[in-house]
Design a protein around this ligand. Sequence first.
Ligand code: UGA
Length: 431
Amino acid sequence: MNLSIIGTGYVGLVTGAVFASKGHTVVCADNDPEKIATLEGGGIPIVEPGLDELVRAQRAAGRLAFTTDIAQAVRSSQVVFICVGTPPRDGSGGADLSSIEHVARAIAPALTSWKLVVEKSTVPVRTGMQVKETIRREAPGAQFDVASNPEFLAEGTAVANALSPDRIVIGVSSDRARETLEELYRPFGAPIIVTDLESAEMIKHASNSFLALKISYVNAVAQLCERAGANVDQVAQGMGLDPRIGPAFLRAGIGYGGSCLPKDVDAFCDLARELGVDFTLLREAQRINTQQRERFQRKIEQALWVVRGKTIGVLGLSFKPGTDDVRESAAIEIAAWLVRQGASVQAHDPVALDKARPLLAGARLVADPYEAARGAHALILATEWEDYREPRLDLVRLRSLVRWPIFLDGRNALDPARMRALGFEYTSVGR
Ligand code: UGA
């Protein structure tokens, strides 16, 4: 099939490359000429394992192309995937859907023969309906259907997730739309759930919000564990073996970040408010998430007594390992807080330094974890990269470089017994 993908962010680029690898002809369009120039020059604007190779191979095979001409991309394709960003709207908590609306208007005149317009961006329920309405208003004779096909890939494992999804959700209002998407997705071998548009949209927000809820739940349990002298890792393991609960997303720490969970929980809360439904439960999940970072800051203060004037090494800046994305990163928030407190921050990340730089004016970004440790009064592990664990990291060397042996592990990434044996005053979360 001929496919066009509008928006070349994490979702768009990965989706385009993966569909191309299944033999489809894909054009990825974006209105950012710089991004398209990078892609056309063989560069990849994001760090995502496996993406570089996949894009290169599909371009070489002639199945993947890039353009800034959105209308032309649409005209040449049978299915149009909208994969543009839906960032938080200033102040309100809802999602900013102006890019989606803009795409709907831009593609409308190009829908001269039947095409399926698929929203893949994470959007609040009823966006599909709005897209339909907008296209109809803009081009009354347009031949099209709108479907919702939310994406569940996670950054850092996006290519693997897109190649072997755990489920495919297709929200449609016609048989033709259903058949088209079923044909596209059958080769992936995953269960296909066919729903109406609204339910598909709801599945996405309900899923991400549930993941956030799980993390906040375990973080609240971690607070209890600290007071009761229990170990949250053992508690989570004991809970997770119950198949009704499951082991995933029960890692306690400094809370969830990224471009999805915080924004999607916000948008779901906003939707609940708009529809007059009391969803205080989700607000609590957000509150616990914020509290988790503040509690960690209190731990830093307790360990150091006075933060101002101290040298503090921060290990990890991306919102999670495997990505250079620093949006809503808890690590960045803590590093920026330390700078505001008057500490000298020396921070390291294996891949996110460039993206972190504009957010951490006043911090020294260093090339390796040992530089972050040199002369530090405290070390903080904020993102659990493998690079910060033995054997990749020489903890003995790290210990020899710090001025004071204070180590605060915000991700429970290291073994407390080992850290104490090395002479660190080691603190983590909920254990
Ligand atoms: C999330 C969802 O996991 C994907 O299924 C979804 O498709 C994606 O959002 C999206 O909507 O596009 P992502 O934001 O890439 O994916 O990252 P996650 O792996 O969900 O991690 C989110 C945050 O939660 C990270 O900051 C991570 O450190 C934190 N986390 C995760 C925990 O604190 N504890 C855990 O047990 C798991």
